[in-house]
Design a protein around this ligand. Structure first.
Ligand code: BG6
Length: 471
């Protein structure tokens, strides 16, 4: 279809790029920082090591200079909870000073910060003390941390995300972290959902109270879900997957109601996560200003009979196509591959039209402005001289941005787009083998070298899109 309506993006459209603290900062024990659950995982596999990563802690000025050159209107960063509250309870001024330096530098360069309050990295001591997000005790600790962020940084930060991908934290607990061995996975999953949803609601309300001119919303990991065939059972399976993965937390935050299908499923399994009247009252009037979502791929759902065995979702950690195993939730859905799509080396199915579908689905249901806070291609990159020819990444992003433009033409209100990632980050699943950035960070999993930065071809390509405010 031709772009009859939209010739360029809205003037105030936020072209951005994203990272997260534990994936770029390094300096994991510097200036009083406490150990997070991500630091505690160091060495648990050959890829995971947060101690240096891209050393953004010491090189933020050089990195922000590159952001400026790229033309970013906005930059999504996260605040490491353990810099601000190393033991979860006591404030650390040096951690606050670090983010003050970053925020000042961004503002000086006309780059609007979008701050994620929580990106997978709560203090390990809170995990040890009461099981982290599995306990309601964390809510007060989290609200205290968020309040400090609002009070210290709210004069410069006008866009906030509460918790990054609450729905994936609960779906992939072993990959992301925080799971408690010995606890039933469904019980853990929905208890954490419950606790995070209340924490989300309190923090959104607090932000509205303290910073009435700021905007804040939740951030969900989202995929378009297709039924495997037009068999009605498969369509039901697709709807089940949507309810479980996306609608459950968002319905609570946006509509103040607990999804009935999910509630029934849990009751049948003897899991009690029914919200009390008091909690349901707390979920009223949360009013997020927008919904942020991260989109990498779509998914397929197929009917899964009750007598099938349960299989938890897993990742292809090999980086070789064809190593994907699919989850099964008997009575709800099982995942399947999509024969119509190309996939990345990690078997993530590449689906730009699914991106447009995601916009439409989310907007139809919630009628809130949308922000894309992650979208990108994890790939093996090669540094040749000073150059990285990542045409595959350009192709991926170009097709997705074109579909985003179509979604605006479809009537969806989209305010921002943050590709993942500004620079190469420590991938949650595959360290430095799997890269996403516009800026190449010269290091490998085994050798941190000098951590020099190189602009990839995609850097120059994205720079042109931002300048033209169009594709
Ligand atoms: C998102 C996370 O879910 O996926 C990021 O918010 C992560 O932190 C990204 O890096 C890509 O996942 P991975 O495993 O390829 O790094």
């Amino acid at each position: 279809m031709e772009h009859k309506y939209l010739n360029k993006f809205p003037d105030d459209f936020l072209w951005g790029a994203a990272t997260a603290a534990f994936q770029v900062e390094g300096a994991y024990d510097v200036d009083g920082k406490g150990i997070s659950i991500q630091d505690a995982k160091n060495g648990s596999n050959k890829f995971h090591d947060t101690s240096v990563t891209a050393d953004h802690y010491h090189r933020y000025q050089e990195d922000i200079k590159l952001m400026k050159e790229l033309g970013l209107k906005s930059y999504r960063l996260s605040i490491a909870w353990t810099r601000i509250y190393p033991d979860g309870k006591t404030k650390n001024q040096k951690g606050i000073d670090f983010y003050n330096r970053i925020l000042d530098e961004l503002i000086k360069n006309d780059i609007k910060p979008l701050v994620t309050i929580y990106h997978f990295d709560h203090p390990q001591c809170l995990q040890d003390a009461y099981g982290g997000w599995y306990s309601r005790e964390i809510i007060d600790d989290f609200v205290r941390f968020a309040r400090t962020c609002f009070e210290e940084f709210g004069d410069r930060v006008h866009y906030w995300l509460t918790i990054c991908e609450q729905n994936n934290v609960v779906l992939y607990p072993k990959l992301i972290g925080g799971f408690l061995d010995g606890v039933d996975s469904e019980k853990w999953r929905f208890e954490v959902h419950h606790v995070m949803t209340i924490a989300n609601a309190r923090v959104i309300k607090l932000c509205h109270k303290l910073l009435p001119d700021s905007k804040i919303g939740p951030c969900v990991g989202y995929s378009a879900i297709y039924p495997k065939t037009c068999k009605p059972e498969d369509m039901l399976a697709a709807l089940n997957q949507e309810d479980f993965r996306f609608n459950y937390p968002l319905d609570l935050l946006c509509f103040g109601r607990q999804n009935k299908l999910v509630k029934r499923y849990l009751e049948e399994r003897g899991i009690d996560v029914v919200l009390s009247d008091e909690e349901l009252l707390e979920m009223q009037g949360v009013n997020p200003d927008f919904i942020a979502f991260n989109y990498y791929q779509s998914a397929v759902a197929e009917f899964c009979p009750l007598q099938e065995e349960e299989k938890q979702p897993e990742f292809n950690l090999e980086g070789k196509k064809g190593n994907m195993s699919f989850s099964q939730f008997p009575g709800l859905y099982q995942e399947a591959s999509n024969p119509y799509l190309e996939r990345s080396d990690w078997d993530w199915e590449i689906d730009p039209i699914g991106f447009r579908i995601a916009f439409r689905k989310l907007y139809d249901r919630y009628q809130l402005p949308l922000m894309v806070t992650e979208n990108g291609l994890g790939a093996y990159d090669t540094l040749e001289g000073n150059e990285v020819h990542d045409q595959y990444r350009i192709d991926y992003l170009e097709k997705h941005i074109l579909q985003m433009k179509e979604a605006i033409n479809d009537g969806v209100e989209i305010i921002a787009y943050y590709p993942w990632s500004f620079m190469d980050v420590l991938s949650t699943s595959n360290g430095y083998s799997k890269r996403y950035g516009f800026v190449y960070v010269d290091r490998s999993d085994e050798d941190i070298k000098e951590l020099k930065r190189y602009k990839k071809d995609s850097f120059y390509w994205y720079q042109k899109i931002i300048t033209a405010n169009n594709i």
